[in-house]
Ligand binder design. Structure first.
Ligand code: ADP
Length: 549
């Protein structure tokens, strides 16, 4: 009775929705209600209700079953045991149908059939067919006669009941399958989410641990994220605080460490405009003891359809490197300057000695060797000094209106003896004259460097060609050789100080790797440019372009 008192219809419905398991009390109450309605309708319609005989027994059985449904604690037994109730309902309907006045209650077998189909699955359809056949159809035929309509009705009632059970069994199987699928997908989703969260934590840890300042900007230049190192760097450049937006004025300096960068020229502001760059040198902070030199790289972020979505910047601290290079340059400049003075004196005295006519031939020959080597040393020391002095600053020029053809011709003449010793043919194609504003000494140095390289890196029997042409705006000086050539990988590093190709090292060709960087510095100081064309193993052409005005 306690179960009867405790039945709350809404709770039962909620339990059915949540678990898919029907409460036997609810189903039985529905069945009993329909049976009662059948009796009530027949009573009201004036036909015999028939509370005695088979129909009365059927009603009584329905009542007993309903009491059982409400009082037996079904949840304590095996789940299938509760199916005894719908089977009893089928038996009750079998009896109710036996009313001599006739009854349409047989249609109600659908209720226990659905119940059994729900409870036992496809098996339930078999149980239903058997129960309805034995307890409803056959007794009907036996008691009420077996004319053709009665037989058809009996068969139909079995078929409809079995079909109802089967339909609900399939329906539930489908629902269960879909629920399992949804659960599986939910689990996969939860697993993916867990992995993403873990990855996010790892990325954040790395983001904060690296010793490189990292910034993510959105498409409007706002700081979406930055790491701990970047916060320290920002504190140097913006001691009064940073508003989290690219292009804020602050203590941000250009490569020279002195010029304050305009806010729109700061690396973050350039990146916010979609620019991409590599190792852009900048200084953060003013205090010499604390300021940091940074090499900044930026990459644009794009959406799937290519629209600008922001930028990622990396600020690499290169202060130690910059300071070490400065110390090295100072040292090299000092040493080469100190070497130059005694060397100049040596070449001067050698020249004086060579002017004498009373020296024996053997001494003249020895003096020539001393002179050649002293000049070579002077040339090397000059190169070191140039490289140290102009490593990070503009090269001062002493320009005047000069004939470039004369400058080139002098350099070719000077290279003649070396070309002859190396058994090379030296070919020259020059116009009559070509006047330019230039520093003749420095441009002479450029032609010397290119010619001496061409001679050095060409095997005996080869050819070196010097060709000077001009168009309305530029002079073009090409120095070509049929020498060892330069590989594409080496070509990119040719103008880096102290770079020497592996082939040059392997062939033991002497050099320091300073000639080309100095050459480029001089050419660029004149507003010109230099490019290289080379086929590895077949020769190279270095072309200098100088503006005419
Ligand atoms: P150096 O010749 O003193 O080594 P450079 O700066 O003049 O220094 O040249 C740098 C490197 O470029 C050389 O070591 C060599 O490997 C390569 N190189 C320059 N000119 C030529 C050339 N004409 N042919 C082949 N390789 C060259």
């Amino acid at each position: 009775m306690r179960d009867l008192v405790q039945l709350r219809p809404m709770d039962a419905v909620r339990a059915l929705v949540a678990t898919g398991r029907p409460d036997p009390r609810v189903l039985q109450a529905v069945f009993a209600f329909f049976v009662s309605v059948d009796f009530a309708i027949r009573g009201l319609a004036g036909g015999g209700v028939g509370l005695v005989g088979w129909p009365g027994a059927g009603l009584a059985l329905t009542l007993v079953t309903t009491v059982l449904a409400f009082t037996v604690p079904w949840h304590r037994f095996r789940e299938d045991l509760v199916t005894v109730i719908p089977v009893l309902d089928v038996a009750a309907l079998g009896a109710v149908r036996l009313s001599p006045d006739g009854s349409a209650a047989g249609i109600l077998v659908v209720v226990p059939a659905l119940w059994l189909g729900r409870q036992l699955g496809r098996r339930g359809a078999g149980v239903v067919a058997l129960a309805v056949a034995l307890l409803t159809a056959v007794p009907g035929l036996l008691v009420l006669g077996a004319d053709s309509i009665a037989v058809s009705r009996a068969v139909m009632i079995v078929v409809v009941a079995a079909w109802s059970a089967l339909a609900i069994a399939f329906g539930l199987e489908r629902i269960r399958y879909e629920r399992d699928e949804a659960e599986r997908r939910g689990e996969e989703l939860a697993e993916a989410l867990r992995r993403i969260e873990e990855q996010q934590r790892t990325t954040q840890a790395i983001f904060d641990a690296v010793d490189v300042g990292l910034v993510l900007l959105d498409h409007e230049g706002r700081y979406r994220d930055h790491n701990r190192r970047q916060a320290e760097l920002l504190a140097l450049a913006h001691p009064d605080g940073h508003a989290g937006r690219a292009g804020q004025a602050g203590l941000v300096f250009a490569d020279d460490g002195v010029t304050v960068l305009e806010p729109d020229q700061e690396p973050a502001a350039r990146a916010a405009r979609g620019e991409e760059f590599e190792d852009c040198r900048t200084w953060f902070g003013e205090d010499p003891a604390e300021r940091r030199a940074l090499a900044v790289s930026a990459r644009a972020l794009r959406t799937a359809d290519g629209a600008f979505a922001g930028a990622a910047l990396a600020y690499k601290d290169v202060t130690d490197l910059v300071e070490a290079l400065a110390v090295k340059d100072d040292f090299v400049a000092l040493v080469s300057h100190e070497l130059r003075t005694p060397l100049t004196s040596i070449t001067g005295y050698v020249e004086m000695l060579q002017d004498r006519t009373d020296l024996p031939d053997v001494v003249v020959g020895q003096l020539e060797v001393v002179d050649r080597n002293a000049r070579r040393l002077l040339h090397l020391v000059g190169g070191l000094l140039d490289s140290a002095l102009h490593a990070s600053g503009p090269m001062p020029l002493d320009r005047s209106r000069r004939d470039l053809v004369a400058v080139v011709r002098d350099a070719v003449e000077a290279a003649g003896p070396a070309a002859r010793v190396a058994s090379l043919q030296l070919e020259v194609e020059l116009p009559d004259e070509l006047w330019l504003d230039l520093d003749a000494l420095r441009i002479g140095q450029v032609v010397d460097n290119l010619l001496s390289n061409a001679v050095k890196y060409t095997r005996p029997g080869g050819t070196v060609t010097v060709c000077l042409t001009a168009d309305p705006t530029q002079a073009h000086l090409a120095v070509s050789d049929t020498g060892i050539g330069i590989s594409p990988a080496d070509r990119e590093r040719l103008f880096t100080r102290f770079f020497r190709s592996r082939q040059a090292e392997e062939l033991c060709i002497q050099g320091l790797g300073l000639g080309l960087p100095i050459t480029r510095t001089i050419v660029e100081a004149h507003g010109g440019s230099i490019d290289v064309d080379s086929r590895h193993g077949h020769g190279s052409t270095f072309t200098v372009h100088l503006p005419l005005s």
